[in-house]
Design a protein around this ligand. Structure first.
Ligand SMILES: C=CC1=C(C)c2cc3[nH]c(cc4nc(cc5[nH]c(cc1n2)c(C)c5CCC(=O)O)C(CCC(=O)O)=C4C)c(C)c3C=C
Ligand SMILES: [Fe+2]
Ligand SMILES: [Fe+2]
Length: 348
């Protein structure tokens, strides 16, 4: 049997809620050329001179409102996922964050210490949907650290799993209990992206945001089309859960800056929905597998306030998959398939 290890990769959080740590985190995150993709000098002036200094105190307050005794929810929940997965697989499991700690290098070193003569690492980016600013940067960073450190073990990545049957079925089961009560709409809110990133990621150069209903028209562009992948996850869940199409909402959250991002914007929809007769809302955020600042503060706190203030009556937030047993089982299946030589889920 190959000497193998697993790394669960997530986005990462500041080291603490102190403004200086949040500023450092924002600098590392937003100076990533796949997140703010402007030329280096312009990016440095914008991020270092405006965004990080002005945003850090506000973000620090937001982080304080969700921080736990053990730390950032995103990291705590990723560790819990590691602990839930570990007894179910033979391979040692470590976690790594794209920004902050634990770093990719730390995770490789821990695996190498746990597995003498490590031969193979399976990295699982915990992003269901492909985006240059999430999945791609995580993969490219993992590859570049691997190359820089000249590790001898091979490196494979699990593909974006937005339509993978085990993931869809885990999500379906996690959502079901929340649809027992009466609701007017289920809003699927995904992390947003600048619209420009969609056209940039389109290898055909003529499909995304150019063809009418681009995400619903078959195209090779969909392998890297974030909006298509979000739309597909939604359609699959709606079918599995038999949600009437009149009760389905689809929107994008967490916009940053003045550029146009994917629309409709969640924050705006939450203001408008009560006026359209949607008083009882169920909301979920399938772009995240672990609850984090964007689900716990932006949606469950700020979003709820917006909706109720606009005349909404009930606001039910469905938690992310976190450590749902069926989600843990999905990861087990992917790892076992990999070990058995089935490589459908592996990026080539
Ligand atoms: C779901 C995947 C994510 C994509 C795609 C993504 C794109 C993206 N994000 C920003 C800016 C920020 N995002 C922030 C937080 C944050 N983002 C994701 C995931 C994706 N981002 C997660 C899981 C989190 C939460 C982290 C946590 O610690 O809980 C933040 C920091 C917080 C804040 O100040 O709002 C920023 C900034 C951009 C610009 C972008 C695409 C271009
Ligand atoms: Fe983000
Ligand atoms: Fe598209």
């Amino acid at each position: 049997m190959a000497k193998r290890g697993i790394i669960l990769m997530n986005l990462g959080s500041p080291d603490s809620t102190e403004v200086k740590d949040v500023r450092k985190y924002l600098m590392e995150f937003l100076m990533d050329e796949r997140v703010i993709d402007y030329p280096y000098i312009f990016r440095l002036l914008l991020v270092g001179g405006i965004i990080a200094p002005f945003r850090a105190p506000k973000s620090a307050e937001a982080y304080k409102s969700v921080w736990t005794q053990e730390g950032s929810p995103l990291i705590v929940l990723t560790k819990q996922l590691q602990q839930a997965l570990q007894p179910n697989v033979e391979e040692p499991v470590e976690i790594a964050m794209r920004y902050g700690h634990p770093t990719m290098e730390e995770a490789y070193e821990k695996l190498a210490a746990r597995v003498p003569d490590l031969e193979e690492v399976i990295a699982i980016p915990l992003y269901p949907h492909y985006a240059m600013s999430s999945y791609e940067t995580a993969v490219e960073h993992a590859k570049s650290v691997h190359k820089k450190k000249k590790y001898s073990f091979s490196l494979s990545f699990i593909k974006p799993f937005y339509n993978e049957p085990h993931y869809i079925s885990a999500l379906t089961e996690s959502i079901k209990p929340y649809l027992q009560q009466e609701y007017d709409q289920v809003l699927f809110s995904y992390h947003g992206l600048p619209q420009r990133h969609m056209t940039k990621a389109d290898p055909t150069g003529k499909h995304c945001m150019k063809v009418q209903n681009c995400c619903e028209v078959s195209s090779p562009a969909h392998a890297t089309c974030y909006r298509h992948q979000c739309w597909t996850t939604t359609q699959m869940l709606v079918n599995e859960l038999n949600i009437p199409s009149s009760k389905v909402g689809f929107s994008f959250q967490s916009r940053l800056g003045s550029e146009e991002w994917l629309k409709p914007y969640t924050a705006l929809r939450l203001k408008e929905l009560p006026g359209e007769g949607v008083k009882k809302l169920v909301i979920l955020c399938p772009a995240f597998v672990s609850d984090c600042l964007e689900t716990l503060e932006e949606i469950a706190m700020a979003g709820k306030e917006t909706f109720l203030h606009a005349g909404g009556e009930s606001f039910m937030v469905i938690p992310c998959l976190n450590v749902h047993p069926l989600w843990v089982q999905s990861l087990v299946t992917w790892v076992q398939d990999f070990a058995a030589g089935k490589r459908d889920m592996v990026l080539t």
